[in-house]
Write a protein that binds this ligand. Structure first.
Ligand code: BG6
Length: 258
């Protein structure tokens, strides 16, 4: 396909993308579980891919949180803003996670690296639907949400179910239920088992999995041997236009699996 020629895909990258049912996979050398520099290599790849895919003019980029997306953020370059007007918005209001890896922080980092703009969204992760209805009447919040729905691109990570259950503050009971149900992946508040079956969903404000279909460009960034199962599980739901940026550690395992 055109996309492979445009971006010099290797045979392994083409195989990985086909296996996962997505447009493009980019594999950097190494295993993120053991080598810190892997995240830097992925950051450089993300920067080149953004330069290739982002149209000139205005773009809204929705950014999720997590250690991986936070790690690649510092590799975005001011060159991306030449002839472009970039607005980075957080995909969630999450103030539950530690500050450095919240989507608000990452969106702000990306804006400052590229010389783009940033808009914050500061909301608790879990609110009742009554409270949500009230919050959405606030103009700032309503605008932030509408930016998310109108975004041209989403950049997100893929988490391991066990790690994310802890980070999202699930209690012992809920975590053990997840384990018993075979959850291996978490993405956008959805927990999936190895076959991609939905095991649990934490209702949240902000970007939902269904919304991804309408977004022209989607980047999933996840790497390391320990993330292979989570990547496979989530990819059952990833929209076709997804580009996965990963490493050899994860991709070798994914390609070995049936
Ligand atoms: C975030 C996603 O971008 O990355 C989460 O919104 C996902 O759903 C998380 O679980 C993974 O974080 P990490 O730290 O493993 O990169």
């Amino acid at each position: 396909p055109l996309i492979d020629r445009l971006f010099n895909a290797s045979q392994t990258e083409i195989e990985l993308a086909q296996k996962l049912g997505i447009d493009r996979a980019i594999i950097v050398p190494g295993d993120m579980d053991r080598q810190d520099r892997v995240v830097d290599l992925m950051g450089e790849q993300l920067n080149s891919a953004l330069d290739l895919l982002l149209p000139l003019g205005k773009s809204i980029i929705t950014v999720l949180g997590g250690t991986t997306v936070a790690g690649v953020a510092r590799h975005l370059s001011p060159k991306l803003s030449r002839y472009r007007d970039l607005l980075f918005v957080p995909g969630r209001g999450a103030v539950g996670e530690s500050v450095e890896i919240q989507s608000n922080t990452v969106a702000q980092m990306m804006a400052s690296e590229t010389g783009g703009k940033h808009k914050g969204l500061y909301l608790p992760e879990n609110v009742s639907s009554e409270a949500l209805t009230l919050l959405l009447q606030d103009t700032d919040i309503a605008n932030a949400i509408s930016n998310i729905y109108n975004s041209d691109m989403v950049i997100h990570g893929i988490g391991r179910a066990d790690v994310m259950a802890k980070r999202r503050g699930l209690d012992v009971m809920a975590s053990s239920n997840l384990r018993n149900d075979g959850a291996v992946a978490e993405c956008f508040g959805y927990f999936f088992d190895q076959q991609g079956r939905l095991v649990k969903r934490i209702p949240r404000i902000g970007l939902q999995l269904e919304d991804l279909d309408k977004i022209p460009h989607v980047f999933a960034i996840a790497a390391g041997v320990s993330k292979a199962a989570a990547i496979v599980a989530y990819m059952h739901h990833a929209p076709k236009q997804t580009w996965l940026i990963t490493d050899e550690g994860a991709s070798n395992l994914v390609l070995k699996g049936k």
